[in-house]
Design a protein around this ligand. Structure first.
Ligand code: HPA
Ligand code: ZN
Length: 337
């Protein structure tokens, strides 16, 4: 391991953009498929991995929703979450704000409670096992109608004391944030924080809409904001956190190759960027792999890597005191390394 890789591994960090269903490793897909007697279109783990060649977001989503079909019980969701947190702990992660897609599960007949209770149990296990704190964010699927998002918000009602916020994911182009303005307003009235995927494949206008119509607290991805100088200036002025996902961008052909990834440019423009894994089982790596990939391909300095780790806490939904403690831990780590 190079010195910089070792430095990255020990650097305290938070992950703010992680779809828990996207942490389903092929081995686990078979394990859950077998124990739940779910038929799968793949014969082996190698077959599954070979199918992970995507030319855009939709290619990936088709296979991701299919994979989620093996998740049937609370135990599955618990085990899925714990396996993710084990990986996060190995990567120096100490906090995560994880997405789940309730509609992917309720639309195939599982009650809302199966995913929610299983994930919340997994989050408690991670706290005990690794001392990792976490928050849960419910994502609405944007290819479905706003009425369906309202149904999901109603189903979540008994859990709102344990859900930090709402997000917006799935097929971006053709499904602008404006489609969800009413349900975001309702979520805000219930005290939920708000994030939305915008500017991954969709145009800068979608990022404007996420800011002005959904009134989001964070933008997920946000890459295409850089096409609009006024938008970039606005994001920098308001210190809006962008949850950037380098390996995802490469796998989904949002960037041509990692040496052209916009992360360094984002930092140079004063944007509050963070590094995240998105769907690590599908995109070739967990949060540490994402740090190492950009450190290598963009030639990031130690100082830039530390800034990115600091941004992951200052952009999190943790309270100020906890953020301050994590920043102190980073300072102590930097002083010792
Ligand atoms: N983009 C949109 N929707 C998603 C993604 C993503 O990267 N991952 C899981 N759902
Ligand atoms: Zn995502």
């Amino acid at each position: 391991m190079s010195d910089l890789d070792a430095f990255i591994a020990g650097l305290p960090k938070a992950e703010l953009h992680l779809h828990i269903e996207g942490s389903l490793e092929p081995e686990q897909m078979f394990e859950f498929g077998r124990r739940n007697r779910v038929d799968m279109p793949f014969k082996s783990v190698e077959d599954v991995r070979a199918a992970y060649e995507f030319s855009n977001l939709q290619d990936f989503l088709d296979i991701y929703y299919q994979g989620a079909g093996v998740l049937q019980t609370e135990e599955d969701f618990h085990d899925l979450a714990v396996a993710y947190f084990d990986r996060l702990a190995a990567d120096g992660g100490v906090h995560a704000e994880i997405f789940f897609d309730p509609q992917t599960h309720t639309d195939r007949g599982l009650p809302f409670s199966v995913a929610a209770d299983g994930l919340l149990a997994g989050m408690r296990t991670a706290e005990t096992k690794h001392g990792i704190s976490s928050k849960l964010i419910l994502c609405f699927l944007r290819h479905l109608e706003e009425d369906a998002a309202f149904d999901t918000l109603r189903a979540a009602e008994p859990y709102l004391d344990r859900i930090a916020g709402v997000g917006l994911d799935s097929s971006e182009v053709g499904h602008p944030p404006s489609k969800f303005a009413n349900v975001y307003k309702a979520a805000g009235e219930r005290g939920l924080l708000k994030v939305a995927h915008a500017g991954e494949e969709g145009p800068p206008e979608y990022v404007w809409e996420a800011l002005d119509l959904l009134k989001v607290d964070r933008i997920d991805h946000g890459n295409r904001s850089l096409e609009d100088a006024a938008l970039t200036a606005r994001l920098a002025a308001m210190d809006m956190t962008l949850t950037v996902c380098p390996l995802s961008n490469h796998k989904l052909c949002v960037v041509e190759d990692m040496t052209r990834h916009p992360l360094k440019r984002m930092l140079d423009l004063g944007l509050h960027a963070t590094i995240n894994s998105d769907d690590p089982a599908y995109f070739g790596g967990y949060v540490g792999d994402n740090y190492r990939a950009v450190a290598g391909s963009l030639g990031l300095t130690k100082e830039e890597l530390v800034l990115l780790a600091r941004n992951s806490f200052t952009g999190s939904f943790l309270d100020e005191e906890r953020v301050a403690l994590h920043l102190q831990a980073i300072d102590a780590y930097v002083a010792a390394n």
